[in-house]
Structure formats: C-alpha cells, structure tokens
Write a protein that binds this ligand. Structure first.
Ligand code: AMP
Ligand code: ZN
Ligand code: ZN
Length: 409
C-alpha cells in the first residue's frame, strides 16, 4: 500500500515538475520570440533585375528560405530620400514631406538639403518607425538611413552613426554584429542599416557593368559572413529604394523654356524640375513659357498642381508641393551643367520603366518560408514593422497591414 502511495505521489510530483518545465519553456520561447531582433537593411539602387541577372548567392538564399516579392514598387519620385522615408513612415512623399532629394519649402523659403530635418523639424512631416519604436521603449540602432538624425519631437535612436558616405560596408556590418552581441538590457531590438556602393556603381558605370556586378558580389559576400556570425535568431528584411536605368547625355535644355527669377523658384532634381511660383502672375508667366515648347519635344511632360497623375499621390497642398512638375521621360535628364557624366540614374516616374523596381526579401522566425508574393508599394512595409515590433500607431498612414500580413507565420 505504502509503495503504491509513494508511486502515485511521485507521479504527481513528476507531472507537476513536467508542467513547470513546459510552462518555463513556453515562457522562454515567448520571451525569446519577443526579443528576436528585427533588422531592416536597405541596399541603395539595387534593381529588382539584379536578382536574376547577377544571382547573388546569399541574398537569393535569404529569399528562398523566406519571403520574396515579385518586386517592391518605389513611390514617385524614385529618388533615395523620398523612398527611404516612405519605407519607414508608411506615407507617400507629399505626406511625409520629403518630396524629392531636391525641393523648395515656401514657409522656410529654403531649398532642402539631404539630412536637413536634423536641423529643422519642418522638413519631415511624418513619424519614422525608429522614433515610434523608441517611444514604445524599444531600443533602436541605426547604421545610416536618410533623415535618421531628424528632429522628431526630441526623440533619437539609442545608437546612431553620423553619415559618412565612404564608410566601408564591412565596418557597417561589424558594428551591427557588435550591437547584437550587447548584453540583453542594452541590445537593440530594432536595427536599421544602409549600403550605397551598388547605387554608386550603377550611377557611374550603368546597371549592366562589371563594376555593378563586383559591388553586388562584395555586398553579398559580406552579407553571408554577417549572417554566419549571428548566433541568435533574427528577423531580417532586405529592401532597396529603387532600381537604376541607363541614361544618355542628351540633356533637356530647360533653360530654353524657363527662366528662374525672384518670382519663380526652380528646383532641378535631375529627373524632375519642380517649379514654385510666387503668385498668380508668376504662374501665368511660366504657363506661357511652357506653351511655347515645340510639340515634337517629347523628352518630358509637364503637369500642374491639381492635375498631377493620381499614382504620384501629390494631393496634399503643403509648402513643399510645387505648382508645376516637369517630368523627364527616360533616358532624358534636366541639364544641370555639371561636368560629371553619369551612365545611369533613377528618379523617374516608376511607372515609366521596370528598371526602377526595387527588392523586398524577408527571412526569420516571424516569416513564412519559401513564399513569393505579388509586387507592392513600399508604403506597406511600415505597418509590417509595427506589427513585428508589437507597437501601434494612432495616426493615419497610407500603407495597409493587410498587404503584408499574409507573409507572417
Ligand atoms: P540618389 O541615389 O541620387 O538619390 O542620392 C543618394 C545620395 O544620398 C547619395 O549621394 C548618398 O551619399 C546620400 N545619402 C544617403 N544617405 C544619406 C544620409 N543619411 N545623409 C546624407 N546623405 C545621404
Ligand atoms: Zn537610392
Ligand atoms: Zn542613386
């Protein structure tokens, strides 16, 4: 009898221990899942076509073991700053304020310069994910991202690097590894990084050059080494801002049609001219200048505020919104009288050529494996980041979670 009682007591003990063990395991799993760092990396100017053309081994392996989009669609204009800000705010450029790499602000009476929002919060009119994350007590680290030093209600990323274009890619990856190896209470849970060598090679030598191939191979090798060195589960999203398209040197001599003067600000963004008229008289003057353009001149089209193409989403009448946009048609660009000759560029309306398509790849425990999804616009990435970071945002955005929710496990 005693023996029987002992056995059943032992059984009860074992089953209680089992339960405690299982609960602890579940708790740890949940904890470790919640602690899985999210890494968002941007490869500037990495065209979607480079995936099939150059077949970068490590990038493709991330894609095949995770999620790959047919293409990531850039917002208009397909320049670096508007697109990087759309990715991290979920808003179209008219709403986040960075409507081009080069534009004018009527209230500030100033032309924008890259990184300008660090000095004046008026340039940036939407909240980036890093600021939202920090507000939600998520430690954030950024190894370069356009406007990552912006003045957003006095919030800054916990770890941030001053932008130095020449910083070798290896140095960037090594620092991210160091951040990931920090003790848990200092370790960033959200990391962003930016790499520009492939964009630079694309501009200087063209998308079909040996130099682009070399730059892609260098990045891919470093990415592979980086991933090998990470000793913990991570969720990683690899994106680019836009692709790259070859241009010729037949520049649009816009000065033949338009004269900048004290009543008309002209911002030459290479693939667009943004015109800002001081008043109705100045606007009428430009209209009459533009009406003199020969009809066979099909190197660009021009549009007036109120009649911009719908997909530009240039609807908000903000101080940065131009009155008229002259939109270059590839391969033409607006003459800037610079001696430096590029072989390729981006900035054009992304609808005009697939060369400008960007990439989206996601990999890690949060994502499904071996899934290919249809093309989508980069504004939809922001709600995905919010979801993975388990934060919510009460203000309106343009991106919709429903677009990328199906890629999550
Ligand atoms: P584009 O590729 O023509 O749109 O221009 C990109 C430019 O942005 C490159 O010259 C980069 O050096 C520059 N750039 C990228 N990130 C930053 C940053 N965080 N701060 C300042 N300039 C940047
Ligand atoms: Zn770019
Ligand atoms: Zn570029």
């Amino acid at each position: 009898m005693d023996v029987l009682i002992n056995i059943s007591q032992n059984k009860t003990k074992i089953s209680i221990m089992n339960r405690v063990f299982i609960l602890t395991l579940l708790f740890l799993c949940k904890l470790s899942h919640a602690d899985t760092p999210l890494i968002l990396l941007s490869i500037d100017g990495f065209s979607n076509q480079y995936l099939s053309k150059y077949k970068p081994k490590n990038i493709l392996s991330l894609a095949s073991n995770g999620v790959l989009a047919d293409a990531l669609k850039p917002v208009f204009p397909s320049k670096t700053f508007p697109n990087h800000l759309s990715i991290i705010t979920g808003r179209y450029p008219a709403e986040h304020g960075i409507v081009h790499n080069k534009f004018y602000h009527r209230e500030l009476n100033k032309k924008y310069y890259l990184g300008g929002a660090a000095d004046n919060s008026l340039w940036l009119t939407a909240k980036p994910i890093w600021a939202l994350a920090e507000q939600n007590n998520i430690t954030t680290a950024i190894y370069f991202w356009p406007e990552s030093h912006a003045d957003v209600d006095g919030i800054s990323a916990t770890y941030n690097m001053p932008y130095i274009h020449e910083t070798p890619n290896k140095q960037r990856f090594d620092k991210i590894l160091k951040w990931l190896a920090l003790p848990l209470n200092q370790r960033p849970k959200f990391i962003m990084g930016y790499f520009s060598t492939i964009d630079s090679a694309g501009h200087s030598y063209g998308p079909n050059s040996l130099q682009v191939e070399t730059a892609i191979n260098e990045f891919d090798l470093l990415l592979g080494e980086f991933l090998d060195k990470i000793k913990q589960p991570i969720n990683i999203i690899l994106v680019s801002d836009h692709g790259m398209t070859a241009i010729n040197n037949n520049k649009i001599k816009w000065q033949e049609y338009i004269t900048e003067n004290e009543n008309l600000v002209v911002s030459n963004g290479e693939t667009q001219l943004y015109l800002y008229a001081k008043d109705i008289n100045a606007l009428n003057d430009v209209r009459s200048q533009l009406s003199k353009i020969p009809k066979n001149e099909n190197k660009f089209k021009f549009y007036e505020k109120g009649n911009f193409p719908n997909h530009w989403q240039f609807v908000k009448n903000s101080p940065a919104m131009p009155d008229i946009v002259l939109n270059a048609i590839p391969p033409y660009t607006f003459d800037d009288q610079e001696k430096y000759r590029k072989k390729a560029t981006h900035g054009y309306d992304p609808k005009l050529t697939q060369d400008l398509d960007a990439i989206f790849i996601a990999n890690g425990p949060a994502f499904k494996k071996g899934l290919q999804v249809k093309s989508f616009e980069n504004i939809h990435i922001f709600p995905l980041l919010e979801k993975i970071l388990n934060i919510s945002n009460e203000h309106t955005i343009d991106g919709r979670l429903s677009v990328l929710l199906p890629i999550l496990k």
